[in-house]
Design a binder for this molecule. Structure first.
Ligand code: NDP
Ligand SMILES: O=C(O)C1=N[C@H](C(=O)O)C[C@H](O)C1
Length: 272
């Protein structure tokens, strides 16, 4: 197959931690090709060739802070940026009928509604965690939560690097949704985010969230089911961002030719 027959991918937020990982992995892939990179407005890479911007040889891949043209030429956008940038990108991707793979977390209800509007016209695949391990874990959490009653207190503890700007993490919220689904309750009705001061005794049936931030922690999540006399802890530890990037590339390939709509990694990984 000639190179141009491979799905062309734009990496949004190419100068970020996930963006750089995606650039490396797409560059090494023989199933897709990198056709453009977007960066934040005014970023020093904007207007340059990607290879040169990164201090190497020319690559033929343009970097831009004005994404309209590169998105129009792409089959897919992989987006790990900010909520505002992701919402703006969703309109462009929908206009171009490009698959939009969204890893960005910290999205508010209105942001998710905007992505759902875009999904009427284009394929949108979104997950707060794109690793195989976490998506499998959500299913284990649902199963354990369904098997246990509310005598088992559920607490979710997550740890990330010092640069992370949102809490709870997208993954913690996915795990919370999975636990709430197992219990047959709405997460919003039972979530308790952090505790401080004279909080009173723990209320039965709550799902607690706690965030640790420090150093270079890639991403760690514990789901604790604590009862009188025993405790179950389901844990996922990511030690390398490539697990998220590989999941995103898998989603990009899975999305080619897929009908417009909202999808997640359970669809991509055939875990439903
Ligand atoms: N779903 C998953 O599996 C995972 C999700 N994430 C999520 O992905 C997001 C990014 O994480 P991470 O890479 O660590 O964060 P970074 O801050 O390293 O990267 C985000 C990048 O987006 C850039 N950016 C901001 N605005 C725009 C814009 N309008 N257009 C293009 N680029 C823009 C930033 O540029 P600048 O710094 O110059 O402002 C930055 O380079 C977070 O929400 C994180 O939680 C992370 C890992 C896995
Ligand atoms: O910001 C990160 O780094 C990560 N964000 C995602 C999240 O919010 O859960 C996924 C992963 O844990 C890394």
């Amino acid at each position: 197959m000639s190179d141009v027959a491979l799905p062309g991918i734009v990496v949004a937020g190419g100068s970020g931690r996930m963006g750089r990982m995606l650039i490396e992995l797409i560059g090494a892939s023989d199933a897709c090709r990198l056709v453009g990179v977007t960066v934040a407005p005014g970023h020093r890479w904007a207007g340059h060739d990607l290879g040169e911007a990164m201090g190497g040889a020319p690559s033929g891949v343009p970097v831009t802070d004005d994404p309209i043209e590169v998105v129009a030429r792409a089959q897919t956008v992989i987006d790990f940026t900010t909520p505002a940038a992701t919402v703006a990108m969703s309109e462009l991707a929908a206009q171009a009928r490009a698959v939009h793979v969204v890893g960005t977390t910290g999205l508010e209800t209105a942001d998710i509604a905007a992505l759902e509007r875009a999904a009427r016209h284009a394929t949108v695949i979104r997950a707060g965690n794109m690793s195989l391990g976490v998506n499998l874990l959500t299913q284990l959490v649902t199963r354990v939560a369904a098997a246990l009653d509310a005598d088992y207190d559920i607490e979710i503890v997550e740890a990330h690097h010092r640069h992370k700007v949102d809490a709870p993490s997208g993954t913690a919220l996915m795990l919370g949704e999975a636990a709430a689904a197992g219990r047959g309750v709405a997460l919003d009705a039972v979530a308790e985010r952090g505790r401080d001061g004279i909080t009173g005794a723990r209320e039965r049936g709550r799902i607690g969230f706690h965030a640790i931030r420090g150093g270079d922690i890639v991403g760690e999540h514990d789901v604790i089911f604590a009862a009188e006399g025993e405790r179950i802890v389901l844990r996922h530890v990511a030690s390398d961002r490539s697990v998220f990037a590989r999941g995103a590339i898998k989603a990009a390939l899975w999305g080619q030719g897929r009908a417009p709509g909202s999808y997640d990694m359970l669809d991509v990984l055939d875990l439903r």
